[in-house]
Design a binder for this molecule. Sequence first.
Ligand code: HEM
Length: 379
Amino acid sequence: MNLFPMADVIPLPAPVWLFKTLHILLLGLHFVAIQLLIGGLVISTYWVIRGGRQADGGMREAGRQVLKTLPVVTTYLINLGVPPLLFAQVLFGHALYSASVMVGAWWIGVIFWLLSLYYLLYVATGRGESGRGWWKVTASALAMVMVVAFTFSTVMTLMLRPEAWADMYRQSAGGIYLPQGDPTTVPRWLYMLCGGLTLGGLGVVALGSMKRQTLDMRTLMFRDGAVMIVVGALLQTLFANLAWTSQPTLVHDALASGTAYSTLRAVWLVLALAILGFGAWIATGGRGLVERWGRKAPTLGWIASLLGICLTLVYAAFRDGVRDKTMLIKGFDVTTLPVYINWSVLIAFLCMVVATLVAVGWLTTLVVTNQPQVEAEDE
Ligand code: HEM
């Protein structure tokens, strides 16, 4: 029996595959930003606590540098969340709306947490600039991010369980209760949180690889960033496995038919191993590695960034498959939505997407390449 409400019959203005491609791409980048924020909050909290207690060794300065990037990362996080939200509403609106209404109080609460989070990031940055401590502020911000992430994981898994909606609504129409009994929610949430260590670590290595860093600063960022990478990659593998094994057998079977999703899983594993190896190599290389790489250190930063982005995009694509197959089993086939292509709107939209990506890429390159020339190897 099909438990999902009937889909909206207004035709899609572009093919389903195009919506899905853009959705996966932008959602993957949204995930990258989330994980950078989580990792940035973790490491800046750790550094200011350790740096405050013992011979600083540049930790406060390193933490201050990371803090300064977080408001910008959050801007990207939010802006890269909006298009996937619109795409998800177009493709799965009837499921997404129903699930978000069931936990409405939590869903609306996201706005409050986001505003508070943003405020705290600026407070922490300000404290860093004026030489004061910030760990209580960043720890509170981290707690808020975790609540928001849990709310998203809850809604995105609840939307796949129409069989649970009626009971939840009978229990309370106020949207205050969280759903029970879905074994996939917590592993998915923890996967993203641990990704904060992996991507955050890769981000710290990328920051340390910049030309403006001194030898000591680069050594510190490489060492602690690499430890984060190793711990994060191991934990992510654990939770990816838990998220996968907790899926119903029917979803396993559906994803196993055909090669696309097995290939994605294999690619994910290869990338996770590459990241693990990369982290272990930097962690064990110490100061000698930093000195050897000298002026070529930015290459390590680019490798780190590329690995992190690829791993996250592959996860986003696989996760999308889990949703499609789960909904298909329960009677909703996203590929059968009616389409009536509105060419002028579509072309204008694609031009804007390309222009935006070029502008952001150009700005990022400018920031990365125009560094003050305090070369680590010149010290
Ligand atoms: C601190 C802020 C945020 C955090 C920590 C966060 C976290 C998350 C997490 C963990 C997921 C994946 C859930 C899962 O599948 O298990 C997710 C998905 C998503 N987020 Fe965010 N998010 C944040 C802000 C936003 C904002 C502001 C928007 C939109 C305006 C947004 C839009 C989305 C969408 C649309 C999805 C899922 C789309 C899909 O499944 O197709 N997020 N977010």
